[in-house]
Design a protein around this ligand. Structure first.
Ligand SMILES: NC(=O)C1=CN([C@@H]2O[C@H](COP(=O)(O)OP(=O)(O)OC[C@H]3O[C@@H](n4cnc5c(N)ncnc54)[C@H](OP(=O)(O)O)[C@@H]3O)[C@@H](O)[C@H]2O)C=CC1
Ligand SMILES: O=C1OC[C@@H](O)[C@H](O)[C@H]1O
Length: 421
C-alpha cells in the first residue's frame, strides 16, 4: 500500500511540470517568457555574410536597443558599427553596453558618424524636430536611412526627405514597425477578405497611463516636435489609413488636451476623420469614419489606481467586427478578436486568433528584415512607399490645425536639398 502510494506521488511529481505547462495559461505564460527571452538574447545568425550592412546610430536614444540593436544581433547581413552621442561619456557607455566598436562623442559627433566611410546606413531616433535636419545630412553623406516615426515635423519636410533620397538613389524608410508584423498583416487580411462586410467604422487607440511621460521628456517639448498626436497619433492614423486602404477626406472633429504649463503640446486628444465610403454610392449610408484616441497621461482610476494602457485597432463592418489589441507591441502579447455573421443582422460567431510569426521576432525585427531586403535589391515581404509617409504627415498637420494648436515648428537648419525642391 505504502509502496503504491509512493509510486503515484512520484509519478505525479514527475508529470506535474508537464501538466502545468500544458494548461492554456501555463502554455501562454511559457510562450510569453520564451518569446521575450529571445527578443533580448537573440541567437546569433547561422550564416553571417562577409560584408554585412554597417549601421550607425544617431543619439543614444532609449528606443535604439529594442528597435535596432537587438534585431541586428540575429540578422545575418547587418551589424551596428557606430554610435554617436552629444556627450562622449554617454557614447562610450552606450557602445560598451551594446558591444558597438565605434563611439563618436561631443558636439560634432553626429556629423563625424555621417562622414565615416565604414557606415552604410544611418538609424535616426532623434527627437522629431531633428528628424529632417539629420536625415537630409545623412542622405547628403550618401547613407541610407531608417528614420523613426513620425517622419518629421511637417509634410513639406517629409516630401523633401523622400525627394532627396530618390535623387540620391538611397533607401529611406519611416520606421512604422507595426506594419511589418504578422498580427497586423493578419488583421488587414481579415478586413480585406470581406468577412466583416463593408467597413463603417475604424477605432484606434494608443493611450498610456500617467507616470510614463514626464515633463522633461522630448515628447513634451514643442520645439522638438512634441505632442501626443505627433507621436501616438501618427500610429493610429497610419493604422486607420492602412486598414481602410484609403486616405481621409476631411477631419470631422478634433480635440486636444493641454496642460497650462505646456500650451502648445497636446497630452491627449481625439480626432474623427471621414474616409471615402467603401463601395461608393452603393456603400452604407453612414459612410466610413475613423476615430483616433491618444493620451500620454490617462488619469488614475479613483485617484490612485493606474489605468491599463488602451492600445487597440478595431474595425466594424456591416457583418461584424475585428479587433487587434496591443497593435504597437504585438510581439509582447496580442489577440485578434473576430465577430462575424454569414449575413447582415445574422447571429455573430466569435473567435480569436494570434500571429506571432518567427519566435522572438519583434515588429522591429520584421521591419529590419524588410529594410535589409530592400537595400539588397530583394523584394521585401511588405513595404510602404514615400507617399504613405507624406500623406500621414499631411493629415497629422490637418488634425493639429483643427485643434487650433497648429503644426510643429519646421526645421530652420540649412541642409542640402534635392535639386528643384
Ligand atoms: N518605433 C518605436 O517604437 C518608437 C519610436 N520612438 C521615436 O524615436 C525617437 C526618439 O525617442 P526616444 O528614444 O524615446 O527618445 P530619447 O529622449 O530617449 O532619445 C532621443 C535622443 O536624441 C538625442 N538628442 C539630440 N538633440 C537632442 C535635444 N535637443 N534634446 C533631447 N535629445 C536630443 C539624444 O541623443 P544623445 O545621446 O546624443 O544625447 C537622445 O538620446 C522619437 O522620434 C520617437 O517618436 C520612440 C519610442 C518608440
Ligand atoms: O513609438 C512609440 O510607441 C509607443 C508610444 O507610446 C511611444 O510614446 C512612442 O514614441
Amino acid at each position: 500500500m505504502t509502496r503504491s502510494c509512493t509510486l503515484w506521488s512520484d509519478r505525479l511529481a514527475n508529470a506535474l511540470p508537464r501538466i502545468l505547462i500544458n494548461t492554456p495559461i501555463m502554455t501562454s505564460l511559457y510562450g510569453f517568457v520564451k518569446r521575450l527571452y529571445l527578443v533580448f538574447y537573440p541567437p546569433a545568425p547561422e550564416a553571417p555574410t562577409e560584408s554585412p550592412l554597417r549601421f550607425g546610430v544617431l543619439g543614444a536614444a532609449r528606443i535604439a536597443p529594442i528597435a535596432l540593436i537587438y534585431p541586428v544581433k540575429n540578422h545575418s547581413d547587418a551589424v551596428v558599427k557606430a554610435i554617436a552621442a552629444r556627450d562622449q561619456g554617454r557614447a562610450d557607455a552606450f557602445a560598451k553596453k551594446h558591444g558597438i566598436p565605434k563611439a563618436y562623442g561631443g558636439p560634432g559627433a553626429y556629423q563625424k558618424l555621417l562622414d565615416d566611410p565604414e557606415i552604410d546606413v544611418v538609424y535616426n531616433p532623434l527627437p522629431n524636430g531633428l528628424h529632417y535636419e539629420w536625415t537630409m545630412k545623412a542622405l547628403a553623406a550618401g547613407k541610407h536611412v531608417l528614420l523613426e516615426k513620425p517622419s518629421a515635423d511637417t509634410a513639406e519636410e517629409t516630401r523633401k526627405m523622400f525627394a532627396f533620397a530618390q535623387e540620391k538613389r538611397l533607401v529611406l524608410l519611416e520606421a512604422f514597425h507595426y506594419r511589418f508584423h504578422p498580427a497586423t498583416r493578419r488583421l488587414k487580411e481579415i478586413v480585406d477578405s470581406g468577412e466583416i462586410g463593408i467597413l463603417t467604422k475604424i477605432e484606434t487607440s494608443l493611450a498610456v497611463p500617467s507616470g510614463l511621460i514626464d515633463d522633461g521628456n522630448i515628447r513634451m517639448v514643442y520645439d522638438l516636435g512634441g505632442g501626443v498626436m505627433m507621436d501616438n497619433g501618427c500610429y493610429t492614423l497610419s493604422m486607420s489609413r492602412y486598414l481602410s486602404g484609403a486616405d481621409p477626406t476631411k477631419v470631422i472633429s478634433a480635440k486636444a488636451d493641454i496642460l497650462p504649463k505646456f500650451p502648445l503640446v497636446d497630452i491627449g486628444g481625439t480626432a474623427t476623420l471621414a474616409f471615402p465610403t467603401p463601395g461608393g454610392s452603393t456603400g452604407p449610408a453612414e459612410g466610413l469614419t475613423a476615430t483616433l484616441d491618444v493620451h500620454y497621461r490617462l488619469p488614475p482610476r479613483f485617484g490612485f489606481l493606474p489605468q491599463w494602457p488602451k492600445v487597440f485597432a478595431r474595425v466594424t463592418g456591416t457583418r461584424g467586427s475585428v479587433e487587434l489589441n496591443n497593435f504597437v507591441g504585438p510581439w509582447i502579447y496580442h489577440q485578434i478578436t473576430i465577430e462575424s455573421s454569414e449575413e447582415e443582422g445574422g447571429p455573430l460567431q466569435k473567435r480569436t486568433e494570434q500571429r506571432y510569426g518567427n519566435l522572438g521576432w519583434t515588429t522591429y525585427r520584421y521591419q529590419l528584415e524588410a529594410f535589409v531586403d530592400k537595400l539588397r535589391g530583394r523584394d521585401p515581404e511588405h513595404w510602404f512607399d514615400a507617399q504613405d509617409s507624406i500623406t500621414n504627415m499631411e493629415w497629422i498637420e490637418t488634425i493639429y490645425k483643427e485643434t487650433g494648436l497648429g503644426s510643429r515648428p519646421p526645421s530652420t537648419a540649412k541642409v542640402p536639398q534635392a535639386t528643384g525642391t
